[in-house]
Design a protein around this ligand. Structure first.
Ligand code: XMP
Length: 550
């Protein structure tokens, strides 16, 4: 059938007849392909552009069912590796009758998998299976009371007759597709839930958001009952699977990995090490832009304690030379990124034949670059990630964390035996302290900001706040102000303290740190750090600010 054509009721019956055969063949193929895998089930989330799509995947994973968000243009071949036991169709901003509105790929129907359509996903189901969708009399945003009606729906098993849900839609279902019944309504949606019995379900509301308090139970009913998932997605199983996948991908090849000291590259390196041992070489570049004692700590953890093959390159002078006279934030990032690649290439070329580069790309990076709503998003900053692939090195990428969220990476880190302190470190940007020094970066300013940063972290830890903050750090501004110490006039730089709470760094709120903590930080900085005469606290959220100052 051509893409986008509506499936008629007779098509549908015909398709059903092939389902079992297709399913059996598929199961046989998948079994061979996945022999020995620890994780043997997943659910595909088809993204129609909802801001909540990745939340659906998160919720599934919290229920221990592996899940990936894929574009609606995905083919069956591109999702088979997920070993789908079901499909969830996300919401989205389009209306099904709009020209170019995204459609459910045909393999979803052909495979006979259980399907759950959410909001636009439900409307697309109705539209493509022969029902009708019309613009609602009123748009429905926010909380609504949902009432079950008609035959009971297996998605609502063990749920009360009425409960609160979160709505966000304009269109509504006016005619059900053949074989479907309505299962619930709200004041503004006569059909707020529908199903064909026990395989295809539609919900007009969003079960994935916290404002639908029983949403997780609904998703659990779908995954465990309709899809028959077992929930075997755990950090331990991920490690086993991932190690096996790396072995298969790399064969007898050699891998290099840029270690930054952060949890993502650390976990990537550990997985690769577990998979191929000494055929992995890690490269750690001391660019002189790191926090106090960082280079020593990385070397001790990875070489001495964990036994990794590690090359530490001392490149402080080279980086400082590239940064001399540079004040523009984007220029700094560019200079650091380019120098990093140069140092990395030189070091790697001394190693002889290398075939793969392991890097700690995370799922949010993948989602950001692939989802429709992000494609057009404006570039705010060029993010330089240590470990970016030098284009002409023609190394193949090994990205074992490509489908993990940060908290999942942390669980894997613990399962791999990485020290808790390293696993729960606050994120640190690739360009390091260079983007926390406003104006030109010099060795002297680096020493100052490093000392301030140490004090901030020390006091935050003393107050038992470290784990609750997304990031806390010091910024050295280029403003100079007058102060007085003893009987002397001082004239020095302003240091700003930044402490933010965030889930994913996309948005952040400044943290209301206790005054006593701020006071101790301020006192210590002006007393212990020569050249800093004043301390201010940054009370800007993101947006409109960003987390880093540059
Ligand atoms: P912003 O400042 O954009 O930062 O709100 C969001 C998060 O990203 C980190 N960050 C970076 N990380 N390379 C990185 O690896 C970069 O160039 C970079 N710039 C910002 C920042 O610390 C925060 O966690």
């Amino acid at each position: 059938m051509p893409q986008g054509r509506r499936v008629s009721a007779s098509d549908y019956l015909e398709i059903s007849a092939y389902l079992q055969i297709a399913k059996n063949l598929e199961a046989m193929g998948a079994e061979a392909e996945n022999e020995g895998r620890a994780v043997t089930e997943g659910v595909v989330v088809i993204d129609f552009g909802s801001q909540y799509s990745h939340l659906i995947a998160r919720r599934a994973r919290e229920l221990k069912v592996y899940s990936e968000v894929v574009p609606s243009s995905s083919t069956w071949e591109s999702v088979r590796h997920i070993q789908p036991k079901g499909v969830i169709l996300s919401g989205g901003p389009a209306s099904v009758y709009e020209p170019g509105a995204p459609t459910i790929p045909e393999w979803v129907f052909e495979r006979g998998l259980p399907v759950l359509g959410i909001c636009y996903g439900m409307q697309a189901l109705v539209h493509q299976l022969g029902g009708s969708v019309i613009p609602g009399l009123r748009q429905e945003y926010g909380s609504a009371s949902l009432h079950q009606d008609g035959d009971s729906c297996s998605l609502f098993l063990n749920l009360p007759q009425s409960f609160q849900v979160w709505m966000s839609h304009g269109d509504r279902v006016s005619e059900l597709p053949p074989g479907f019944s309505s299962r619930a309504f709200t004041e503004n949606s006569p059909v707020a839930a529908l199903s064909d019995g026990d395989r295809i379900f539609g919900l007009q509301f969003h079960p994935e958001v916290v404002h639908t308090p029983l949403g997780v139970s609904i998703l659990e009913n779908f995954l465990m009952r309709a899809c028959g998932c077992e929930g075997n997605w755990t950090a331990g199983n991920f490690v086993k699977d991932s190690v096996q996948r790396i072995r298969e991908q790399v064969g007898d090849g050699r891998v290099i990995c840029a270690l930054s000291g952060g949890v993502d590259s650390a976990v990537t390196a550990m997985l690769a090490h577990e998979a191929i041992g000494d055929r992995l070489t890690c490269i750690f570049v001391n660019n002189g832009l790191l926090r106090l004692e960082e280079p020593e700590r990385v070397e001790e953890t990875f070489r001495s304690n964990l036994g990794l093959n590690l090359i530490c390159v001392e490149a402080t002078e080279r980086f400082l030379a590239q940064l001399a006279g540079v004040t523009d934030p984007e220029q700094k990032r560019k200079a650091i990124g380019e120098e990093f690649i140069r140092v990395f290439e030189e070091t790697a070329s001394d190693l002889g034949q290398t075939d793969f580069l392991a890097q700690g790309t995370l799922y949010p990076d993948v989602i950001e670059s692939e989802t429709p709503e992000n494609r057009a998003s404006a570039r705010i900053k060029t993010h330089h990630n240590v470990g970016g692939l030098p284009e002409h090195m023609s190394l193949q990428l090994v990205e074992p964390l490509r489908y993990l969220f940060k908290d999942e990476v942390r669980d894997v880190g613990l399962a791999l035996g990485l020290p808790r302190e390293m696993v729960y470190r606050q994120p640190f940007p690739g360009p390091g302290l260079a983007i926390r020094i406003i104006g030109e970066v010099t060795a002297e300013k680096l020493d100052m900001v490093r000392a301030c940063d140490w004090i901030v972290i020390d006091e935050i830890k003393n107050a038992n706040l470290y784990d609750q903050l997304w990031q806390s750090f010091a910024v050295l501004s280029d403003s100079r102000t007058v102060g007085v110490m003893g009987d002397y006039r001082t004239y020095g730089n302003v240091c700003a303290i930044r402490a933010v709470a965030s889930e994913d760094a996309m948005t952040a709120d400044w943290v209301r740190l206790p005054y006593e903590v701020l006071s101790r930080i301020s006192n210590r900085i002006v007393n212990e750090v020569t050249g800093v005469t004043r301390v201010v606290y940054d009370i800007t959220s993101k947006p409109p600010g960003t987390i880093e100052w540059e």
